[in-house]
Design a protein around this ligand. Structure first.
Ligand code: AGP
Length: 616
């Protein structure tokens, strides 16, 4: 997830662009850059690392000009270095582009352009865009039409900002699945990935929709349909809206907390993950940074997953997936235990580290121990270029974008989805998942973002449960099979942001002790979606109710059988059990969020916690 900003008007473009980038830094901070057109042509300045590095460079060597584009990067293709930073330009340095999204067919586009003599500088997917625009411009001679024609060849997601060195009064922007908002000023106009970037300059905005492009000059903004040639098409009428958010609210996209915003980003995150690692037809998987050959993966007979907290819970789900699909024996341990126990790891063991931050001290120590023993390590990480990613043989980036809330949400479901892709990939390599089964599973996985969206649309029942139990002193979460790790996750979410003592248990363990805790004051959240263990879950629910425990069942949309057994029912769309955790995680996150809110807790920065535990 990256941030882009554009400006055309009478002010210093750099001053407007840098304010905008500062407000978008939460979207990515691997590198940043600007391209500004002035009397000397287009001046391009890009720096690696935090935005402060670019700010200092521009202070030391200012750039003047009144039209420009800017970008802050969250690397998806190509490591964070100056060459891979945006804005990118075509080989002739005529067209400059900042891009947020993933171009799925960039490989073939790049090959086509290289065959025509284009020399590329970076490893990014984005660099094909300025070259496509330049090629189209050479054909049609019209800047906006050239952008439109270029984008008609692109498959994938994009929000693009385009600058042409011969058009000092025109910027072009377009969007497909990545956000873009236009800011309307007096004698000046703006665009950006998100409202915060332009809110201090104007509150009148137009939200571009998928398949639309905008042509900006200081005097006007015109929106067109990407599917219709400019000369043949009529401008689209788009109503401007006035944003009444405070700047602080705007940083959260209008949500009250980053955690709530990140909960609602999950459908988009899973979509992006699938776009990143599977083809548009969802018929094959390409884990292009896994760093281990198919032959080496074929020789793997055991897997050891090590992680902390929520990432450890994702690892537990990974165990069920890896034992079911490639049918490989899996051990899972918390990193703090793994690093000190003398785990028996044979040479045919693959170690998997899971970490949102990629900096967790215990997990990092775990992979260093694995590396010391000469074992292959794959890490599933969110933050590009983080230490754990760099010290692993291979990495699967979840590309969830910065996760600001201390309580991990979107990273969790993205980790599960990444583990799903890895399980299928290993299943194919081990000859246990044929093409038909792969396509069927990937097609099902492709339905998840839409089902997540549906689940998030109505949290009224979750809110009702939150109001009922906001003042409980204790809570219990139970599940079986794929539901068990989510029971642990639901308990962790609740305890870490609402400070209620909550425990997660395998439901089958209740009668071995925990059932002694059940009374009329104990809410018990039971994950009881359809599957092999559903009947057993109902028995456990009955045991709880027989002891006056109050049961909140999380179950499938069509399950009326459970109505007689639960005090509250939260429903998610029906899905086969191996996918269910991706959906049941959502009400668990929302339940913790609403209870913490009702208790007046600091949801984004709960007491005693830090977003990344970089010390033991
Ligand atoms: C999860 O909500 C917590 N914030 C915490 O348990 C977290 O998952 C854990 O510290 C691991 O962090 P990592 O994924 O960045 O390694």
């Amino acid at each position: 997830m990256c941030g882009i900003v554009g400006y055309v008007g009478s002010k210093s473009a750099i001053s407007v662009l840098m304010v905008g980038l500062t407000k978008l830094e939460y979207r990515g901070y691997d590198s940043a850059g600007v391209a500004v057109l002035n009397g000397h042509g287009v001046e391009l300045r890009r720096t690696v690392g935090k935005l402060e590095v670019l700010r200092k460079s521009l202070h030391d060597e200012p750039i003047d000009g009144h039209i420009g584009i800017a970008h802050t990067r969250w690397a998806t293709h190509g490591e964070p270095n100056e060459t891979n930073s945006h804005p990118h330009r075509d080989a002739t340095e005529t067209v400059f582009v900042a891009h947020n999204g993933i171009i799925e067919n960039y490989g073939e586009l790049r090959a086509e352009l290289e065959a025509q003599g284009v020399v590329f500088r970076s490893q990014t997917d984005s660099e094909v865009v300025p070259n496509l625009v330049k090629r189209a411009y050479d054909e049609c001679g019209d800047f906006p039409e050239a952008v439109r024609r270029a984008l008609s060849q692109v498959h994938g997601s994009y929000a693009v900002a385009v600058l042409h060195k011969d058009y000092p009064g025109t910027l072009v922007a377009a969007r497909q699945m990545s956000p873009l908002v236009l800011g309307l000023g007096n004698g000046e106009n703006f665009f950006a990935s998100d409202v915060p970037a332009i809110l201090n300059a104007t509150r009148r905005v137009i939200f571009l929709d998928d398949g639309e492009m905008a042509v900006l000059s200081p005097e006007k903004v015109v929106v067109y349909d990407l599917d219709t040639p400019i000369e043949a098409g009529k401008p689209r009428h788009k109503a401007a809206v006035t944003i009444d958010w405070s700047p602080e609210q705007a940083e959260k996209g209008g949500y009250t907390h980053y955690m709530l915003k990140e909960i609602h980003e999950q459908p988009d995150v899973i979509n992006r993950l699938l776009s990143r690692y599977t083809n548009p037809e969802r018929t094959h998987i390409n884990l292009d940074q896994i760093g281990i050959t198919d032959d080496e993966l074929r020789g793997i007979r055991r897997i050891f997953i090590q992680a902390c907290g929520t990432s450890w819970h994702a690892g537990l789900i990974g165990k069920y997936l890896l034992e079911r699909l490639p049918m490989i024996a899996v051990d899972v341990d918390t990193s703090s235990e793994f690093r000190y126990r003398n785990a028996i790891l044979s040479p045919d063991t693959l170690v998997i580290a899971i970490s949102q931050s990629g900096e967790t001290a215990d997990t990092l120590a775990g992979i260093r121990e694995a590396n010391r023993r000469g074992l292959k390590v794959i890490s599933i990480v969110n933050v590009p270029g983080s230490t754990i990613a760099r010290e692993s043989a291979g990495v699967i980036y979840i590309n969830a974008g910065p996760e600001v809330g201390v309580a991990s949400t979107k990273a969790y479901t993205a980790q599960i989805a990444a583990l799903y892709l890895l399980s299928l990939h290993l299943g194919v390599i081990h000859g246990l998942v044929d093409t038909e089964r792969l396509q069927r599973r990937l097609s099902k996985l492709g339905e998840v973002p839409g089902l997540m969206q549906r689940t998030l649309e109505d949290d009224s029942e979750v809110r009702r449960v939150a109001e009922e139990f906001a003042h409980a002193d204790n809570a219990m979460f139970i599940g079986r099979g794929f539901g068990y790790p989510n029971a642990l996750e639901g308990a962790l979410k609740l305890k870490e942001i609402s400070y209620i003592h909550a425990e997660g248990y395998p439901a089958g363990e209740l009668k071995h002790g925990p059932i002694a805790l059940i009374d009329e004051k104990m809410p018990v959240v039971a994950i009881a979606t359809s599957g092999a263990v559903y009947e057993k879950m109902v028995s456990n629910i009955q045991e709880v109710r027989a002891r006056k425990g109050r049961v909140i069942a999380i179950t499938g949309q069509g399950n009326t059988h459970i109505n007689a057994h639960a005090d509250f029912i939260i429903r998610v769309p029906e899905l086969t059990e191996s996918f269910a955790p991706l959906l049941t995680a959502l009400p668990l996150q929302l339940l913790a969020y609403h209870i913490a809110n009702l208790r007046g807790c600091d949801v984004d920065q709960p007491r005693n916690l830090a977003k990344s535990v970089t010390v033991e």
